[in-house]
Design a protein around this ligand. Structure first.
Ligand SMILES: NC(=O)c1ccc[n+]([C@@H]2O[C@H](COP(=O)([O-])OP(=O)(O)OC[C@H]3O[C@@H](n4cnc5c(N)ncnc54)[C@H](OP(=O)(O)O)[C@@H]3O)[C@@H](O)[C@H]2O)c1
Length: 283
């Protein structure tokens, strides 16, 4: 099988390479923005037709949630998160390849405490979420053999791309070395998800006999940022003074959903957040 991984330098992209690389029958093409800009439709068609992959997995995205509230950022988010997946799915349909792309819990408003199922109607409250929802709709309209995988709050080993963002887990570990007390937002309940587990679940989905559509992949045990920090330092057996604070203590340009727990009703469950975090931390 020839697998094309786009956004290969990102946090998830790196784990997709690891997971697919475990099987010697797979030929992996790992591309990032220097190899292909997914917003450039003409180049996307030329290069992907030439490469002729069986699977195209798109881990590329514009993830700057706050910058997306500005005009330029919104344009970028729409181009990368909506036009990009549409370009990729269109060429996949022409060459008969299977397409997978990632969306986010931020497509939801965040007022459903019991969580969101795959077929719940999105209603985003920020431009990043809007761009992801636009991407979902475009991919669905094009159709073909496609998978839209919604996930949330990723953590894993840092990517190697130019705009790599530290995950919250890494940030907390670093801050705990420097500060006597950490103030952490005790709001925005959702599921932290390990990129390695997400990559494995992606492979399971693509290699299984599943219908095209939307899937939710998250580690279990939803929590707030504060809950996440508590779990982290408990696993590390490290005494860190944590103070739970409201989100209003850290004002940010983009609104965040209050409750955006993704419910997985279509795939086998993956492990809990604390198990995944232990594995990531080597504990
Ligand atoms: N991180 C989270 O907490 C989170 C939550 C929910 C959903 N997701 C989704 O999960 C997926 C993987 O996220 P991630 O955190 O692994 O992403 P990431 O680390 O930010 O990696 C994204 C990669 O895409 C590249 N890229 C950006 N624009 C591109 C373009 N126009 N064409 C080609 N490549 C481009 C980036 O390159 P540069 O670094 O050079 O810009 C980077 O290497 C994304 O769809 C993301 O939206 C993430």
């Amino acid at each position: 099988m020839r697998i094309l991984i786009i956004g290969a330098n990102g946090m998830l992209g790196q784990d997709l390479i690891k997971v697919y690389g475990e099987d010697p029958v797979n030929e992996i093409l790992a591309w990032d923005i220097k190899d292909i800009d997914i917003t450039d439709r003409e180049r996307v068609f030329i290069k992907i037709k030439e490469a002729d992959p069986d699977f195209v997995i798109n881990a590329a995205a514009y993830n700057a949630v706050d910058k997306a509230e500005e005009d330029e950022g919104k344009k970028m988010a729409m181009a990368v998160n909506a036009e990009g997946p549409a370009n990729l799915n269109a060429v996949c349909q022409e060459i008969g390849a299977t397409f997978a792309t990632y969306s986010s819990d931020y497509v939801f408003r965040g007022d459903k405490k019991e969580g969101y199922k795959e077929n719940d109607l999105p209603d985003p409250i920020n431009n990043y979420g809007l761009s992801k929802w636009e991407g979902e709709k475009k991919v669905q309209t094009i159709g073909g053999d496609y998978y839209i995988i919604r996930t949330s709050k990723l953590f894993g080993h840092e990517g190697i791309g130019e705009n790599v963002k530290k995950s919250f887990i890494t940030l907390m570990q670093e801050l705990s070395q420097k500060m006597p007390e950490l103030k952490v937002v005790d709001e925005e309940m959702s599921c932290f998800t390990y990129t390695l587990d997400l990559a494995m679940a992606t492979r399971f989905l693509l290699e299984g006999n599943f219908k095209s559509g939307i899937y939710h992949v998250v580690n279990g045990e939803p929590c707030t940022w504060y809950g996440c920090a508590q779990t982290l330092f408990k696993i590390l057996d490290k005494k860190v003074k944590l103070k739970a604070v409201p989100a209003s203590d850290f004002p940010r340009p983009a609104k965040r959903p209050q409750y955006s727990v993704l419910l997985n009703t279509k795939l086998p469950e993956i492990r809990s957040f604390s198990e995944a975090l232990k594995d990531f931390l080597g504990k």
